[in-house]
Design a protein around this ligand. Sequence first.
Ligand SMILES: *[C@@H]1O[C@H](CO)[C@@H](O)[C@H](O)[C@H]1NC(C)=O
Ligand SMILES: *[C@@H]1O[C@H](CO)[C@@H](O)[C@H](O)[C@H]1NC(C)=O
Ligand SMILES: *[C@@H]1O[C@H](CO)[C@@H](O)[C@H](O)[C@H]1NC(C)=O
Ligand SMILES: *[C@@H]1O[C@H](CO)[C@@H](O)[C@H](O)[C@H]1NC(C)=O
Length: 422
Amino acid sequence: MKSLTLAALASQILPAFSFEIKVSSGGNATSGHQYGFLHEDINSSGDGGIYAELIRNRAFQYSDSFPVSLDAWHSFNNANLALNRLDTPLSKALPVSVTVSPSSDSSGAVGLFNDGYWGIDVRQQAYTGTFWVYGAYEGVFTAELRSALEDDKVFGSVEVESKAAAGEWVEHTFELTPGEDAPNSNNTFALLFDPAGLAEGEESLDFNLISLFPPTYKGRKNGLRVDVAEALAGLHPSMLRFPGGNMLEGLTNTTYWDWKDTIGPLKDRPGFQGVWGYQQTHGLGIMEYLEWAEDMDLEIVVGVWAGLALDGGLTSEEDFPAVISDGLNEIEFICGSVDTKWGAVRAELGHPEPFPLRYVEIGNEDWLAGYPAGWDSYQEYRFPLFLKAINEAYPDIVVIASGSTHDGYKNLPLEALADYES
Ligand SMILES: *[C@@H]1O[C@H](CO)[C@@H](O)[C@H](O)[C@H]1NC(C)=O
Ligand SMILES: *[C@@H]1O[C@H](CO)[C@@H](O)[C@H](O)[C@H]1NC(C)=O
Ligand SMILES: *[C@@H]1O[C@H](CO)[C@@H](O)[C@H](O)[C@H]1NC(C)=O
Ligand SMILES: *[C@@H]1O[C@H](CO)[C@@H](O)[C@H](O)[C@H]1NC(C)=O
């Protein structure tokens, strides 16, 4: 009955909807970037997600919100495990290591093993690993991929000749190719040594930055998970915005996502007090994001920190030049020539060719945190000063505001796009 009525109504109403389409030339072209990704590490989408590292809590990183712990680590063959701050840490960024010593109940090789991020995918493929050791030890280390369900089931094992020496940190690298695929992902990674090889008077060894990677997307060192990256590439996006999101802002204005902490050797990356409930490694740093964009042929949209943190911590106008200068340095790192200070740093990290950079977003959701002071300051000085500085230094870069006229940005400068401006 109802549908009949509707049909009758429709037949009466439809003719009133006839319209004419006029096609004119000109008008505003779209950017071609309506469809792409914004990535930040939320719900373990970075560490434990697209970032291919298999070892969880690989370097005992911590912050005010997330205390240092032995999460994901377990003792092998009754070894004693203890967190330790040696007088000689691996690095300033990674001050805590794990001390491993045999107990009276240990016989044979001792060590530690890791659960991975909800298990470890074990296949017949080449895994690459590294670990750092402090203390004198003669003999071999054994790196193994083992079943967590079946005692003594080892899918792959490799012996790594010790280069460990007294009083210094020594890096060891290895390749491990399992002889068979594991039937499921409930597997662990173990790192073992023979206490008989400890130097006289030594009772333990310290380990840090224990890392294991499967093959990565396009073979990048410290790269992305192949399955996840291929699935994303298959969506044919055109742009990648990073690093978020709230992650860019940080919980406080001393703990925001500082791009400078995310570059260089992993041992020099302190990690990040994540804003979504867990500590982050900073393994997925700005270089890794840029290479991700390059490998998927995506337009880069970088978000620069704009002096506002999630707790409302706000940089005054007087102090704002330092924030701008840091943002300009970041832009220079991305697209400056090798003759520039930060372009040279990028070259040193293996990418002399500047990355193409056409879009820079100032902050993230600036109308939200610390309202109304945060939003007022964005309109009064944070956005306009940033816009001016970038326009002067990089006339071809489009600057994007993180809020729009919908949020009450009445005087949004015309040349600036807004995050979701219509
Ligand atoms: C193009 O955008 C400008 C600025 O938003 C607007 O004033 C103008 O009407 C637009 N032109 C067309 C043809 O849509
Ligand atoms: C994702 O993370 C948010 C923030 O921690 C949480 O509220 C949400 O439940 C998570 N979602 C899933 C599917 O895990
Ligand atoms: C592995 O199996 C054990 C024992 O059944 C279980 O407690 C654990 O949750 C499993 N872990 C994963 C990652 O599936
Ligand atoms: C951080 O935020 C506080 C509180 O708003 C502010 O007093 C301080 O100046 C900010 N620090 C920096 C470096 O901007």
